[in-house]
Design a protein around this ligand. Structure first.
Ligand code: ZN
Length: 135
């Protein structure tokens, strides 16, 4: 087990709400008040209609695996070789990429039901990881 820290998160004015939400145990998704679309990752304006009238909704944190990879190379602590990285389609319809934890290889497949596992990795980094919905 490595004691290496995870990479630092990229916080700016457009993403601050997302990271603050995770610190409060909430998975927040950016919402456009003009066209009612959701988007992730957060940005300065709506990618659908270019409006700057944005707020956020709280996701249920439930979804399914839309796609996944296993990272084998390069080995980069603290990540273990072969760990799964999933593209999750949330119930709300947006997708996000995350590490998949607390799983066996048999639990990583397209269409698998998953749920968010908001994880405080260290003093600075709290992430939205995902795990099997049955956990
Ligand atoms: Zn919009």
């Amino acid at each position: 087990m490595s004691n290496a820290l995870r990479p630092r998160i990229g916080v700016n004015k457009d993403t601050q709400f997302f990271w603050d939400g995770l610190k409060q145990g909430k998975l927040l998704i950016q919402h456009c008040k003009a066209c009612d679309q959701l988007q992730h990752p957060p940005g300065p304006c709506c990618k659908h209609c270019q409006s700057f009238e944005l707020d956020a909704i709280e996701s249920t944190g439930r979804g399914t695996i839309h796609s996944f990879v296993r990272m084998h190379h390069p080995v980069a602590p603290p990540f273990e070789s072969g760990h799964p990285i999933v593209l999750v389609e949330l119930e709300e319809g947006t997708r996000l990429i995350a590490d998949f934890i607390n799983s066996t290889p048999e639990q990583v497949f397209i269409g698998a039901a998953v749920k968010v596992a908001i994880t405080e990795c260290d003093d600075e980094v709290t992430l939205a990881l995902f795990e099997p919905a049955s956990m």
